[in-house]
Write a protein that binds this ligand. Structure first.
Ligand code: PNS
Length: 202
């Protein structure tokens, strides 16, 4: 039994120590907070960000110390909002969510997600799963990403049931056909969509 093992099979309990002996521990315990900082990437198109996305970020904040909301720059797609507009909107709406002690920042990336995740020294990729229909596609992506980069884990999270049918694609469709978006996206997103539609946002 080591000096720190209580013999119960539980995690070892560090000996109570005074200030001087703290700095003589065999490893640099004062580095632990940095080593154990957990950083996740939450990638997506966010065109536009929905309340479902924000719900996932809030939940992710309970697991990670830092979340990078990473917008994919996809030159092959014609988006509703530009990358800059999406970044600006995300930065606004993220101020209002419950982040706890988690640092949330917005970025964009191009190319392979796992390359970006490694460059950001991330531990995990967070993806929201709303229904079984999401699972098949998400599983394929997660397994491919794991093959490409085994050091990065994918964490699937479920949004609140009330967002289980909310997607950016449907939000745009409902908006373009004159439907009500209240409760599906933050009010700022609806305002920005109206401005964009009326040509006030270039
Ligand atoms: O919000 P979306 O559109 O569902 O997000 C999809 C996204 C951005 C996560 C996915 O398309 C992606 O990771 N693209 C980056 C390119 C890449 O790494 N492709 C291989 C995935 S296995």
């Amino acid at each position: 039994m080591s000096a720190t093992d209580n013999g119960s099979g539980d995690l070892p309990i560090l000996p109570s120590t005074d200030f001087n002996s703290f700095f003589h521990l065999p490893f640099a315990i004062y580095h632990l907070p940095f080593r154990f900082m957990r950083r996740a990437i939450y990638p997506g198109s966010f065109d536009p960000v929905t309340n479902g996305h924000l719900d996932i970020i809030e939940r992710g904040c309970k697991l990670f110390d830092e979340i990078i909301v990473a917008i994919l720059v996809n030159p092959e797609k014609q988006p509703f909002f530009t990358i800059e507009e999406r970044r600006e909107t995300l930065n606004h709406v993220l101020k209002d969510i419950d982040r706890g002690g988690c640092a949330v920042r917005v970025d964009n990336f191009q190319g392979l997600l796992v390359h970006y995740a490694v460059a950001q020294k991330a531990d995990a990729i967070v993806r929201g799963i709303r229904a079984i229909s999401d699972y098949e596609y998400e599983l394929q992506m997660a397994l491919m990403n794991r093959r490409l980069e085994p050091s990065i884990e994918t964490v699937f999270m479920m949004p609140a049931e009330m967002y289980s049918y909310v997607s950016s694609r449907l939000v745009k469709e409902v908006f373009q056909l004159g439907g009500e978006l209240e409760g599906l996206v933050p009010p700022l997103v609806e305002t920005r969509m109206k401005q964009k539609y009326q040509g006030k946002l270039t």
